[in-house]
Design a binder for this molecule. Structure first.
Ligand SMILES: Nc1ncnc2c1ncn2[C@@H]1O[C@H](COP(=O)(O)OP(=O)(O)OP(=O)(O)O)[C@@H](O)[C@H]1O
Ligand SMILES: [Mg+2]
Length: 296
């Protein structure tokens, strides 16, 4: 069965999208079948992986992205998936095994315009169809915005695991704390919709430190994060085996450039990049391997 994982923190800009795209790419490069679901209306992961020209067409068309599943009757989630999303310059698959459920800017309407059936919230509709699709994958990963509104709820309700990308600063710690609070409320709210076949409700299973600058000591913010995590574990608000990942991702210019190049970092040729490219690719590979070992 696919492992379903949401990347989420109430702090924005900590690296959720960069981590999920590059980790997904490393998993796919290792032969795993990966579906990345973009639940952020900013559409950063979709624009990055589809590249702007292809994504622009989707955004203008209005019915090929995830929101149309909620908005239009009869659209199947399966039909929205962009298979082998990463392409080379000739338009050939460059990373077989990495599929994308893309989003466009209209996903914002899920939060305001959308009138659903209270007896079948959006996250229930989504989870039911995802269940079928997930059989084709080893991993389903959800890139979420920094909140737990309707779009994120779809990812969280469908996941068994949450990983919390963080920077070594106080705001990431606050974002984590807020996340745990909101998650608790959502779990209560959604408990009545869970079916036994869904397994355990989503749990916080890890903190991932990202954008670590060379020569900067992060022991103090790491210790504070560990203390907070321990408190949540004691209160059973995080999984008993939740941990701060040993792997941390260094700060590297190539991560920012990767978006412009429309490639995950592991597919960028060395000639294009700064000297840290190999190191940061190594970080993402290690992280992917650590996630694989951290199976519940
Ligand atoms: N390891 C890194 N090294 C250098 N820059 C990074 C790294 N990780 C992320 N960034 C940059 O930091 C910025 C924020 O990253 P990203 O978009 O992944 O964060 P996010 O948490 O998804 O943001 P949002 O909350 O808006 O969705 C981007 O410009 C990204 O390129
Ligand atoms: Mg993001």
């Amino acid at each position: 069965m696919a492992r379903k994982i949401s990347f989420l923190n109430y702090k924005g800009g900590v690296g959720k999208t960069s981590l999920i795209v590059n980790t997904a790419a490393c998993l796919a490069a290792n032969g795993r079948r990966v579906l990345l679901c973009d639940f952020d209306t900013q559409s950063n992961a979709s624009i990055w992986l589809m590249r702007l020209e292809r994504w622009n067409k989707l955004n203008a068309g209005g019915d090929g992205s995830v929101y149309s599943f909620f908005e239009k009757n009869g659209i199947q989630l399966r039909d929205l998936i962009v298979r082998d999303v990463v392409q080379d310059k000739a338009g050939k698959p460059a990373l077989p095994g990495l599929d994308l459920l893309p989003t466009t800017f209209n996903l914002v309407d899920l939060e305001s315009e959308y009138v659903g059936d209270p007896k079948r919230p959006a996250y229930v509709l989504f989870q039911e169809q995802l269940d079928e699709i997930a059989k084709d994958y080893d991993y389903v990963l959800f890139d979420c915005p920094p909140n737990l509104l309707r779009a994120s709820q779809c990812g969280v309700f469908s996941s068994q695991e949450i990983y919390v990308p963080s920077n070594p600063d106080a705001l990431s710690l606050i974002g984590f704390t807020l996340l745990v609070e909101k998650l608790g409320r959502f779990q209560q709210l959604s408990a009545g919709f869970r079916r036994a076949s869904m397994g355990v409700p989503t749990q916080i299973r890890g903190i991932i430190f990202n954008s670590i600058k060379a020569g900067v000591d992060i022991e103090v913010p790491k210790m504070r994060m560990q203390l907070r995590l321990n408190q949540f574990k004691t209160a059973k608000r995080a999984a008993a085996d939740a941990k701060i990942f040993d792997t941390q991702i260094r700060d590297a210019m190539v991560v920012r450039r990767a978006v412009t190049l429309g490639l995950p970092v592991n597919l960028i040729g060395q000639e294009n990049t700064d000297q840290n490219r190999d190191n940061v690719v190594q970080d993402y590979r290690r992280l992917a391997a650590e996630i694989e070992r951290h199976e519940p």
